[in-house]
Design a protein around this ligand. Structure first.
Ligand SMILES: [Zn+2]
Ligand SMILES: [Zn+2]
Length: 141
C-alpha cells in the first residue's frame, strides 16, 4: 500500500525518526487528560488516534525508538510508550487492549499537517485542566 500519511520526531539530523502510514485511522480521534497522558505529553493532555501497527513503516531513525513500559496504569495492565531517545518526542503508545489488536495509538501532532484533526471523543474529561473548555461537539467520557 502507498503511504497516506507521514510524520517525524523533532530531530533535525539525518538520523531522526521518519515514518509513513499506509492506512486510515481506525477509531475517532480522541484526547486524554489523565495524569499519565498530560505528563507524557508535557501539556494538558494527549491527542491520539489508532492505526494498524503493520501500516506504520519506519523510514529512518528506528534505532532511536525507545520503549518505556508503564506498569502503574489505571487498568493495571502494562502500557508501552514509544518515544525518540534523542529528542524525547512521544510517537505512539500501545496500551494492553490495543497491543492485542496490533494497533498503535499515534499522537496526531507527530503526523505531518494533522494537528487540525479534531478530537470527537474526550476521555477522562473530568481531569481536564480547569482553565480549558470542552471541545464543542465532542463526546465526553
Ligand atoms: Zn527525535
Ligand atoms: Zn490518558
Amino acid at each position: 500500500m502507498s503511504p497516506k500519511y507521514s510524520g517525524t520526531c523533532l530531530c533535525e539530523d539525518e538520523g531522526g525518526i521518519r515514518f509513513t502510514i499506509s492506512a486510515e485511522p481506525i477509531d475517532p480521534v480522541c484526547t486524554c487528560y489523565c495524569t499519565h497522558c498530560s505528563k507524557g505529553a508535557g501539556g494538558i493532555g494527549q491527542v491520539m488516534v489508532a492505526f494498524p501497527q503493520d501500516s506504520i513503516k519506519i523510514e529512518s531513525g528506528e534505532d532511536r525508538i525507545t520503549t518505556f513500559t508503564f506498569e502503574a496504569t489505571d487498568s493495571g495492565k502494562p502500557k508501552d510508550k514509544m518515544f525518540c531517545k534523542v529528542c524525547g518526542v512521544t510517537l505512539w503508545t500501545a496500551p494492553d487492549h490495543w497491543k492485542k489488536l496490533r494497533q498503535l495509538l499515534v499522537r496526531t501532532p507527530v503526523i505531518d499537517g494533522r494537528l487540525d484533526w479534531k478530537p470527537t471523543v474526550e476521555l477522562t474529561s473530568n481531569w481536564r485542566a480547569k482553565w480549558t473548555s470542552l471541545i464543542a461537539g465532542a463526546a465526553q467520557q
